[in-house]
Design a protein around this ligand. Structure first.
Ligand SMILES: [Ca+2]
Length: 374
């Protein structure tokens, strides 16, 4: 179901993207080399229906389960502790509607955990870490709402990833210290169709804190990180963010995206909004905590809508002054608002469109965001 949905989404996105490309290339003589010609960026719209990024509310599990019950491979349990002991390699765990105050330790590989349309884990941490502690490899968690997680170390998360290769889909993680925290060497983390909001603690906990080898994010929303947390902090060698919305809104956040140790970063076809209360003037930071000279360094930021709404200044891409040899491509984006401190850098003026304010871009007042159908 999810795979088919993603596929048709991508097909449609591809068709739209290529028709925009043809239109742009056939346009007037004033068209810049990248197709930037004064027309607004066109982002692909998803299909209507169970929504990309539309929280957990429209999620349907593979097997229906009654409220308060947990189905593990066909056997029903009325509490999570008993359900947990029945989980094996490859298990399908479906959790019914309800508010849960027990966490789940997932120790086996290839386990899929699915919530129902209103499955909410509230204020639970196990092992002093998280609501879900995942030690198995290739685990998928879908259709879960999680909130209210805090622990003595102030890094309480909805999910702590300690095994390799985790997928989060249709999750709504909010109002906690951290959304997800992953361990070093934990393979790939994929986040799709999900919503993270109101997360962060003391500048050290974040909505997404990835120590993976690679991080891929699509069709998701990251809103209003708090207490100087980043929306996305990644130490992964490779980070890809596409078709997503990353917005400070009124939050006192730090950076929208912090790529602490450099690597390969791509952000495309997304909305990035730095809000009026952001504590750090940078939207994106790259390499501020030491860069591994053996990893190739590149930054590709293309076809995004970028709102600059911090009156004390906005730096789109911050990098340490002494960091060299990073290939930076910033093309085909629409920048809206200001002041825009680094608009003279990275050929931004030549290859992107810059609008002084929301009105000139045809966008309503703050906090409205461009509708990309998420
Ligand atoms: Ca910021």
């Amino acid at each position: 179901m999810t795979i088919q949905h993603s596929f048709s989404w991508l097909l449609k996105a591809g068709v739209l993207a290529s028709s925009f490309f043809l239109f742009a290339c056939g346009g007037s003589a004033s068209t810049a080399p990248d197709g930037s010609n004064g027309d607004p960026v066109v982002l692909p719209n998803p299909e209507p229906g169970p929504g990309p990024g539309d929280d957990d509310d429209d999620f349907e599990p593979e097997v229906p389960v009654e409220e308060g019950m947990i189905n593990v491979d066909g056997t029903l349990f009325d509490n999570l502790a008993d359900a947990q002991s029945a989980i094996n390699t490859g298990s399908l765990v479906v959790i019914g509607n309800g508010t849960y105050s027990q966490g789940l330790h997932i120790q086996h590989d290839d386990v899929t955990v699915q919530g129902s349309e209103d499955t909410h884990f509230k204020g639970v941490a196990i092992q002093g870490k998280a609501t879900f502690v995942v030690d198995g490899d290739s685990v998928t968690i879908e259709g879960i709402e999680c909130s209210g997680v805090s622990v003595p170390d102030e890094n309480g998360a909805c999910v702590r990833q300690q095994g390799k290769d985790l997928t989060l889909s249709h999750v709504h993680f909010h109002s906690s210290e951290q959304g997800i925290l992953s361990s070093t060497g934990s393979g790939k983390l994929t986040i799709e169709y999900s919503h993270f909001e109101n997360l962060g603690k003391n500048g050290y906990a974040h909505a997404v804190y990835s120590n993976n080898d690679s991080l891929e994010i699509r069709y998701s929303k990251f809103h209003s990180s708090k207490d100087q947390g980043h929306e996305i902090k990644s130490r992964a060698a490779s980070t890809l963010i596409e078709y997503s919305e990353i917005a400070s809104l009124s939050g006192v956040d730090s950076r929208l995206v912090d790529i602490s140790n450099g690597g390969s970063l791509t952000i495309r076809d997304s909305v990035l909004e730095q809000g009026p209360n952001s504590a750090n003037n940078q939207l994106i930071g790259f390499g501020f905590e030491g860069v591994d000279g053996n990893v190739s360094q590149s930054v590709e930021l293309t076809n995004n809508i970028v709102l600059l709404e911090r009156s004390a200044g906005n730096v789109f891409l911050g990098m340490p002054d002494d960091l060299t040899g990073v290939g930076v491509t910033i093309r085909g984006n629409d920048f809206v608002g200001g002041p825009f401190n680094d608009q003279g850098s990275h050929d931004i003026e030549a290859y992107n469109d810059i609008y002084p304010d929301r009105t000139s871009y045809g966008l309503g007042p703050f906090p409205e965001l461009p509708n990309i159908g998420l």
